[in-house]
Design a protein around this ligand. Structure first.
Ligand code: HEC
Length: 199
């Protein structure tokens, strides 16, 4: 009896787990502060970083196939979530779903995203058949905060937060880095016909 209760508990837990956005909201960092921390985190010099792969301001990086971060309408997430039609229907809900998918992607990298995202987010309809050019998963080169250099930068972020009086654990620093770097990436949106999702 007890054993089955424990099993059910373990089974239910991951489904009802807090989102990354909810975890980070607890630290009460302002929007401006998050963008500032995101700028610090994104612009890390050296190999295997957001900056190296995606480039300064979100374009012109070294990694073949890395998304142009000025143009969110060209992203896989935008297309898979239903593109212009779905965005036009309910912008707020669309952005919330996109954010959940991209926080997960940036936080865990493409390899884990491909295995787990849709299983743990059944409420978000992510349809790869709508993505062009045709593919059914993220390129595993999208590593987000999971590389050695980004983890090292997250430790520096942890120190910065401590100086501000915000004490966090290493995992929490990576969650904050995830939300902060995504908020910073949103500022790259150039408002063109390929952008205009966050601006
Ligand atoms: C080792 C190279 C590499 C690193 C490091 C990297 N990316 Fe990426 N990123 C990619 C590639 C490649 C893609 C395209 C993936 C695809 O289309 O399947 C991508 C895609 C994206 C996308 C668009 C996702 C979509 O739905 O199409 C965003 C947003 C993004 N990256 C943000 C970031 C941020 C923020 C960081 C740093 C925290 C980062 N990336 C680090 C290579 C990288």
């Amino acid at each position: 009896m007890l054993l089955s209760a424990v099993c059910v508990g373990l089974f239910v837990l991951p489904v009802s787990a807090e989102t990354i956005a909810e975890k980070v909201a607890k630290f009460n960092l302002t929007e401006d502060k998050l963008v500032e921390l995101g700028e610090f985190f994104y612009n890390t010099e050296g190999a295997n970083t957001c900056l190296k792969c995606h480039g300064k301001g979100g374009h012109g990086g070294d990694q073949a196939g890395a998304a142009d971060l000025r143009h969110p309408r060209t992203w896989r997430s935008y297309q898979a979530l239903g593109g212009d039609e779905a965005f036009g229907k309910d912008k707020e809900q669309f952005r919330t779903n996109m954010e959940a998918a991209l926080h997960f992607l940036i936080n865990k990298g493409a390899a884990i995203w491909n295995q787990r995202f849709s299983k743990s987010h059944k409420d978000i309809a992510y349809d790869w058949s709508k993505v062009k050019p045709k593919t059914n998963k993220y390129d595993s080169m999208m590593k987000g905060v999971t590389t050695g250099p980004m983890k090292k930068r997250a430790k520096e972020l942890q120190k910065k937060l401590a100086e501000m009086g915000v004490k966090v654990k290493p995992k929490e620093a990576r969650d904050i880095a995830t939300v902060a770097s995504f908020n910073y990436v949103k500022t790259f949106d150039d408002g063109s016909e390929k952008g205009g999702v966050f601006k």
